[in-house]
Design a protein around this ligand. Structure first.
Ligand SMILES: N[C@@H](CCC(=O)N[C@@H](CS)C(=O)NCC(=O)O)C(=O)O
Length: 219
């Protein structure tokens, strides 16, 4: 029995997308990260980090959205799974890459463009964060100029993991026009049926009151 914890409007949507790709039956508990639900004793027993998503697969408790997706691909197979050591290593590499190179500046830009209330946004901070994205986006665009998907000719868990970290971009007014191969690939990934839940998700987050609070939000 699979149980996914985490509101759709959170990083849990990454795992939701994967579970739907795999067509697996699962229970979805919409644990919010905005109302203290991730810090109850009950939830901390599932994920001591107090964060969503978390997955319970027959008693195996897992956290970290992209790592959960790599696990699901490996365990349940199907066309998204990797084939052999080469693909497995590249899927891991791209998953680490998107978290270290893209996630923080993209979240920062998205918060200042759309997720904070209008009066709390800072366009200068958004532009600074977007400028940090140019380097990884150039790398991804060049890679996707050579082949349609990250590992070659087919959509795999590597594409899902990278696309789902980047899926705030279109919702938050971050244009990908300067990276046409990346844009074409990303639109293709997001148009998959299993990704449909994300399209209508709207949410906002409060701007932390101090610069230190703002830093903490992104660590
Ligand atoms: N690296 C983790 C990050 C998880 C995370 O920070 N989730 C946020 C919601 S999107 C959360 O639960 N925040 C609650 C908190 O920080 O207390 C992952 O990808 O799963």
């Amino acid at each position: 029995m699979l149980t996914l914890y985490g509101a759709t409007a959170s990083r849990a949507h990454r795992v939701l997308w994967m579970l739907k790709e795999l067509n697996l039956p699962f229970e979805h508990i919409q644990t919010s990260f905005m109302d203290g639900s991730t810090h109850t004793a009950e939830f901390l027993a599932v994920n001591p980090n107090g964060r969503v998503p978390a997955l319970d697969d027959d008693g195996l408790l897992l956290c970290e959205s992209l790592s959960i997706n790599l696990y699901l691909a490996k365990k349940y197979g199907g066309p998204l799974a990797t084939n052999g050591l080469r693909e497995e290593t590249l899927a891991t590499q791209w998953s680490f890459w998107v978290t270290t190179e893209v996630e923080k500046p993209l979240l920062f830009a998205s918060a200042n463009r759309a997720l904070f209330k209008q009066e709390a946004r800072d366009e200068e901070q958004a532009l600074m964060a977007i400028s940090k994205l140019a380097r990884p986006f150039n790398v991804l665009d060049a890679h996707l100029a050579r082949q349609p998907y990250l590992l070659g000719e087919r959509f795999t868990v590597a594409d899902l993991n990278v696309a789902t970290v980047m899926d705030l971009a279109p919702q938050c007014g971050i244009a990908l026009d300067a990276w046409p191969h990346l844009k074409r690939w990303h639109e293709g990934c997001l148009s998959r049926d299993a990704a449909a839940d994300w399209k209508d998700v709207k949410f906002s987050i409060p701007r932390p009151p101090t610069p230190l609070g703002l830093l903490k939000m992104f660590v």
